[in-house]
Write a protein that binds this ligand. Structure first.
Ligand SMILES: *Cc1c(COP(=O)(O)O)cnc(C)c1O
Length: 409
């Protein structure tokens, strides 16, 4: 019998029990080493185990790069541990300015502005740029931070409308744009927002198709390319580079990017908005997270800046990642598994039921390979999957070990 009497305690106990009973309860793995192709994790008996990591976003192997680490240490020595302020009071340090210049150069935009995460950047962006009479139209599989930012925006700015189109379906997007154009309540800007790379399927948005539709309806195109940066395009700029939508080109450019510094651009954490000077200026003036929340730690800004510089200097890292992805896809396919096809570093193997995905990922861990199983509600019921993520840090031997473990399932 539960001894709880207050509603929160009663319902939380129930929720946690249900998660546990249905095999959906998550246990956090304790990592005891830097993020890399192989990592040390703590076993149930407290002992350290080395395993192959195929579930991190460390696409370019920069998380533990000596130069990236050194840049952070340098920053720590020069600027101390904390910013102790929001950006507009006394929390903007030279490394912020440097990082924002580097991001703009890397993305091919006029300007950029950083936040503590892409989540925060997205929740800062939409409520700041939207006004009553605007509408935000979003792909149904967009990242949770976009979904939540869309929920938040009309709370902060009354009269902002929302629409959702079917995943990567240009007819559905056209339909939503037509509806918006003929809706009397839509008197302002139409915004279309999409992930560049979709994190669960590993597929990419049809940016040229979306750009053309945006032009037809005078809409602004916003792309969250968190899984595309460092991965897509010849030099790892992102999904826009993959399509040749960078600099002067015939397709047109993306108006606004949001992105994370916590994946391939792997210093540590952080997020950014990249676009025009006026846009980032508006965010400096008005975005609530930048007015009321601490700046990105300077050490992290220093590491991230170094990571992006390395990427721009050594585009071969992107090539190495692409080769690894190709090799892994081919070998996993030959081993009899069906991998969803895509040009990204995300290789999902659909296994069906959530419990199966969790069971298989446990078995893989026993075999020394760390891969996460995703099930409902992260992905639709019946499409539970193992999500394998490749890195430039993996060697052929690592890939062979992964495939051997998969064969044993
Ligand atoms: C990972 C991810 C985020 C979150 O990035 P953080 O910097 O960790 O907040 C946002 N959007 C997309 C599309 C992502 O894949």
């Amino acid at each position: 019998m539960s001894s709880y009497t207050r509603p929160f305690e009663i319902r939380t106990e129930e929720t946690l029990r249900e998660l546990s009973d249905t095999g959906q309860y998550k246990t956090l793995q304790m990592i005891q080493s830097p993020m890399d192709a192989t990592i040390k994790i703590r076993s149930d008996d407290g002992r350290s185990r080395e395993v192959l990591c195929f579930c991190s976003n460390n696409y370019l192997g920069l998380a533990n790069d000596p130069q990236v680490v050194e840049a952070g240490i340098d920053g720590l020595r020069k600027y101390g541990a904390g910013t102790a302020s929001v950006r507009f009071i006394c929390g903007t340090f030279e490394p912020h300015e440097q990082l924002e210049t580097t991001i703009a150069e890397y993305m091919g935009t006029e300007s950029s502005y950083t936040f503590v995460s892409c989540w925060t950047a997205t929740e800062a962006f939409f409520p700041t740029v939207c006004e009553a009479g605007d509408i935000i139209i979003s792909d149904e599989l967009n990242h949770a931070c976009i979904i939540d930012a869309m929920r938040l925006t009309p709370v902060i700015k009354k009269g902002v409308l929302k629409g959702v189109y079917k995943h990567s379906d240009m007819n559905s997007l056209r339909e939503k744009l037509r509806e918006a154009a003929s809706n009397d309540a839509v008197t302002g800007q139409i915004w279309v927002v999409t992930d560049g790379v979709f994190s669960m399927e590993g597929d990419i948005a049809d940016l040229p198709g979306i750009r053309a539709l945006c032009d037809e309806f005078n809409a602004m195109l916003v792309v969250d390319d968190s899984h595309g940066h460092g991965v897509m395009g010849r030099t790892g700029r992102g999904t826009h580079e993959h399509y040749g939508m960078i600099g002067r080109n015939e397709i047109g450019n993306v108006d606004v990017f949001t992105g994370t510094l916590g994946k391939a651009l792997g210093g540590g954490a952080g997020g950014f908005v990249a676009g025009s000077r006026e846009l980032t200026d508006l965010l400096v003036q008005r975005a609530r997270p930048t007015l009321f929340s601490n700046a990105l730690p300077v050490t992290v800004a220093c590491s991230a800046n170094k990571a992006i510089e390395i990427l721009m200097d050594e585009p071969d890292r992107v090539l190495r990642l692409k080769n690894n992805v190709e090799t892994a896809r081919e070998k996993i396919g030959k081993a009899g598994f069906e991998v969803l096809d895509s040009p990204t570093a995300i290789c999902p193997i659909i296994v069906g039921e959530t419990a199966d995905a969790i069971r298989m990922s446990k078995k893989l861990l026993d075999l020394g390979v760390f891969v996460i199983g995703f099930g409902f509600p992260v992905v639709p019921e019946g499409t539970a999957r193992l999500r394998i993520q490749m890195s430039a840090a993996h060697t052929d031997e690592h890939i062979d070990a992964l495939v051997d473990a998969l064969k044993k399932l």
